[in-house]
Design a protein around this ligand. Sequence first.
Ligand code: PGA
Length: 254
Amino acid sequence: MRKQIAAANWKMNLSLAEAESLTKEIIKSEISVSSDQLVLLAVPFPYLEKVQILTAGNPAFAVAAQNCAATKNGAYTGEVSAQMLMGMSIPYVLIGHSERREYFHEDHNILTSKVDLALESNLNIIFCCGEPLFIREAGNQNSYVEAQLKESLFHLSEPAMKNVIIAYEPIWAIGTGKTASSEQAQEIHAHIRHVISKQYGETVAQSISILYGGSVKASNAAEIFSKPDVDGGLVGGASLVATEFTGIINSLKR
Ligand code: PGA
């Protein structure tokens, strides 16, 4: 059975002290996480080691980086390579978040390089996709997202694809308080699974977790996660508040 995942994306927020107390609060709160479920914490680079130490020995938790470089190593001041993450035993990395695509001009060539380097370094990928508002309004979201997957992922072999988690995040719902309805989420998640199935077969498609992201909160998570093709969420704002995020964790399907 594919994993149900609650993934926090802290983005560029929190002081080190705040990061530490938030992590501790989440760990000690009343969450029930079965072996088919996983809590991912995608934290800023400087906090990776701290959060990794705090969550060590707790199999319900894993740490993720929010990005990695599109090149292997060398004179790229300020960049962090996939290999460095692997060297720190960081198991997951986000690739293709809409903020990276928009503010850092990451196109599909860059994203493809990141995907390849991350997988070469044995990292698991959370690959983000999702359409802007004008594409949704024109009703073209399915083909838009399908193109994003084809451009940056579908060159992968079947074994490599098994290390990929998809996060569908409609840009119009990120940080806006406007969530896709659970029906809208289910419809496009089912399409994503169908497209993966056409490329890799039904067994692979059924094994890949597809997360929804975009203004997920404790109050709407259970409804969205209840849909058959929604395997959890990638959560920004609400993941910075322990009670919100633990409510989201407890809303995962079981
Ligand atoms: P949000 O962000 O939950 O604040 O909308 C989600 C994301 O960008 O991953």
